[in-house]
Design a protein around this ligand. Structure first.
Ligand SMILES: *Cc1c(COP(=O)(O)O)cnc(C)c1O
Length: 242
């Protein structure tokens, strides 16, 4: 293992943690309420190993098959939690139920029903976040939530989840359009927070506590707007291989 690269990853991770703490304290929040997910998608196994060596414990992956190989290779690392943050097709529900500790990107009742079934078969529970598209950008996954006059329309898709036993709704997630200026992401983070308030009122049978938002480009703004999970890849691991 390249020890100088481990050191570099460790330093970048510490810098991100320091900035998260500073942003949290600056707005009166407890820094311990914000969890860092290190996004290892598209990174080779060797880099994932170095991230774990550097102290990363929550790892984010986007593709179930790619992740399955890494998860199998690192299964002796019992401190590591694997978080699925990418779009999941219903037919991949079995892979996600088998391998992941948490799903951030649940975006349909159909997928939820598949996961509920698979997790039930495996006698396990799975914490999940509902992904919402709060920007209206077409390339983004997530339940449509950019028009707040239509938030009521989301409820029929969410209400059946109250009955689920294996799937445990814990909160909301979003991925805004990419901006280099973090201030342009802020309105979308704010809208997700407002949607959280709405859902807490309208569907209090589910737990909406967690907010997964913010990437390398905008995580301090996300923390200021209430993020409890930030998902950071390139600012810690460097550019992803093409
Ligand atoms: C890739 C990705 C991230 C991390 O992006 P970086 O720019 O590497 O910080 C976060 N969330 C999701 C959903 C992603 O796909």
């Amino acid at each position: 293992m390249d020890e100088s690269l481990v050191l570099l990853i460790r330093q970048r991770m510490q810098r991100a943690l320091d900035q998260i703490a500073e942003a949290a304290v600056g707005c009166g929040r407890d820094p311990r309420a914000v969890h860092l997910v290190v996004v290892t998608k598209s990174q080779p196994l060797e880099v994932v190993r170095m991230a774990v060596e550097a102290g990363a414990t929550l790892l984010g992956e986007n593709y179930a098959e790619e992740a399955a190989v890494k998860i199998a290779a690192l299964k002796e690392k019992s401190e590591v939690e694997w978080h699925m943050i990418g779009h999941v097709q219903s037919r991949k529900a079995d892979l996600v139920a088998r391998d992941f500790n948490m799903l951030h990107s649940l975006d349909s009742l159909k997928l939820a029903a598949h996961l509920e079934l698979r997790c039930g078969e495996l006698h396990r529970t799975m914490p999940v976040l509902l992904e919402f598209n709060v920007s209206g950008e077409e390339s983004k996954y997530g339940l449509p939530a950019w028009d707040e006059t239509r938030w009521m329309d989301l409820l029929p898709e969410l209400e059946p989840m109250v009955q689920f036993r294996s799937l445990q709704v814990r909160g909301l997630m979003t991925m805004p359009p990419f901006f280099t200026d973090a201030e342009r992401s802020r309105p979308y983070f704010r809208r997700l927070r407002q949607l959280q308030d709405f859902l807490m009122k309208r569907l209090p049978q589910l737990d909406w506590q967690e907010l997964s938002m913010g990437t390398s480009a905008d995580y301090t703004a996300a923390v200021q707007e209430g993020a409890t999970y930030v998902r950071i890849g390139q600012a810690i691991l460097g550019l992803r291989p093409a």
